[in-house]
Ligand binder design. Structure first.
Ligand code: UD1
Ligand code: CA
Length: 421
């Protein structure tokens, strides 16, 4: 039987602790918005049918999430249950599972969502929760289990009894529900609690009372379910993501000398035996070959593609640079919008002058070329294979293959000038 798999991302909440003119959901972690990450995690888990429930600053949130997902609107913040109720029109008539995610939980692993989904399907559970064991569970909904270990209910912090407060298993706010059973249970939740809200968490007890099966997956890595409420947590999550990404590259055979001071964004490809020196930033989408050496203190921006054995030394910034095998940019250069062939040497302090105030232009450098130190390459400009540029040149015209280009004032010495001054 064909099963529908959907996701609802709750993204209507306000969040005041960020102290920002923008919604906390559009704050960025490594260049990508918090809520975008939440949606992409569902997409990476294989979910195609995604609904975001938006409310506070909805235009901002929708602009970030784009037109490939569906939207439901929550005008008043009446609780997480109420948020999901706004999306029910998309669930009507469907059979299968729906993942419900918090829009402000950005670094959940897609694998964890799959584990949740698979357990829910295999065990035929009407609700499967993601839970975690916290030493300090303050603020979270507590998971109340019976003597047999079955989940009885989720009790919000403000509604807990003294003994429930001591429970260390908490509700992560990430769920997998049977669509039909969720629709039916949502009709029964009432705002009779200390906050006067419609709690999504109440559906657990409602399902249990109907004799339906519910269960939980305890997350192994507690950092996955961290939410973003203020800028301190924003930094914390960035750190967690940084270490996670760097560790992954190291497992794949990349040497990273200082895991804490290397900033590799999502979706970067780095080949085996490449070495990344400290204080290097590499932006999303960059591709780096094998046996390269990058940094220290270098900045590899969007659109760069480095072949094998490329060296990018210290204090170098490159952007949209396609660099051929064995080429070197060893020190203090800016190479933007350029194609550099193989086995080139780009001398210290070389700059591609790629912007005239209106347009970006390209610099093309042929194989085996040598660019002397402190050269300005005023784009658009093309240097043929095996060309040689004298140090200190400002190159404004194309250089034919196998040629020497010198573009600087000839030196004059005024003898005795400084002595007689
Ligand atoms: C919720 C859970 C709690 C869990 C915690 C985990 C409920 C009742 N409680 O608590 O058990 O431990 O998450 O973080 O669900 N939102 C809306 N509209 C609303 C209210 C919330 O869209 O009317 C969105 C928020 O933007 C947020 C998410 O739902 O993304 C969770 O809301 P939040 O207020 O943070 O839930 P908690 O009260 O912390
Ligand atoms: Ca210079």
């Amino acid at each position: 039987m064909e099963q529908d798999v959907m996701a609802i991302v709750m993204a209507a909440g306000k969040g005041t602790r960020m102290k920002s003119k923008k919604s906390k959901l559009v704050q960025k972690i490594y260049g990508k918005e918090v809520v975008k990450r939440a949606v992409e995690n569902a997409e990476k888990a294989g979910v195609k049918d995604i609904v975001a429930v938006v409310g506070y600053k909805k235009e901002e949130v929708m602009e970030v999430l784009g037109e490939n997902i569906k939207y439901a609107f929550q005008e008043e913040m009446l609780g997480t249950g109420h948020a999901v109720m706004q999306a029910t029109k998309y669930l009507e008539g469907k059979k299968g599972k729906v993942l419900v995610l918090n829009g402000d939980v950005p670094i959940l692993r897609p694998e964890t969502l799959n584990t949740l989904l698979n357990k829910s399907i295999e065990n035929k559970e009407s609700a499967t929760l993601l839970t975690a064991i916290y030493d300090n569970p303050t603020g979270y909904g507590r998971i109340v289990r019976d003597v047999g270990g079955n989940i009885e209910a989720i009790v919000e912090e403000k509604d807990t009894t003294e003994s429930q407060k001591a429970i260390k298993e908490i509700n992560a706010g990430i769920y997998c529900f049977d669509i039909v059973e969720l629709l039916s249970a949502l009709k029964e939740i009432k705002p009779n609690n200390s906050q006067g809200e419609y709690y999504l968490t109440d559906v657990i007890k409602i399902m249990n009372d109907k004799g339906l099966k519910t269960g939980a997956v305890i997350v192994e890595d507690n950092t996955e379910i961290l939410g973003v409420n203020d800028r301190i947590q924003l930094e914390m999550l960035t750190k967690v993501l940084q270490i996670r990404i760097n560790t992954e590259h190291m497992r794949n055979g990349v040497t990273i000398e200082d895991i804490n001071n290397t900033y590799i964004y999502d979706d970067v490809e780095i080949g085996m035996d490449t070495i990344i020196h400290p204080n290097t930033t590499i932006k999303s989408g960059v591709v780096i070959g094998e046996d390269c050496e990058i940094g220290p203190n270098s900045y590899i921006r969007e659109g760069c593609k480095l072949a094998n054995k490329v060296k990018i030394g210290s204090f170098v910034e490159i952007k949209k640079a396609i660099i051929g095998e064995g080429s070197k940019v060893p020190h203090l250069s800016y190479m933007g919008d350029c194609e550099i062939g193989s086995h080139c040497n780009i001398g210290c302090g070389t700059i591609t002058c790629n912007y005239d105030g209106f347009h970006k232009s390209k610099t093309i450098i042929g194989d085996k070329s040598f660019i002397g130190s402190n050269t300005n390459l005023v784009a658009p400009v093309t240097l043929g294979d095996n060309s040689f540029v004298a140090a200190g040149s400002t190159i404004t015209e194309d250089v034919p293959a196998d040629s020497l280009a010198i573009a600087r004032q000839r030196q004059t010495n005024k003898e005795g000038w400084n002595k007689n001054k």
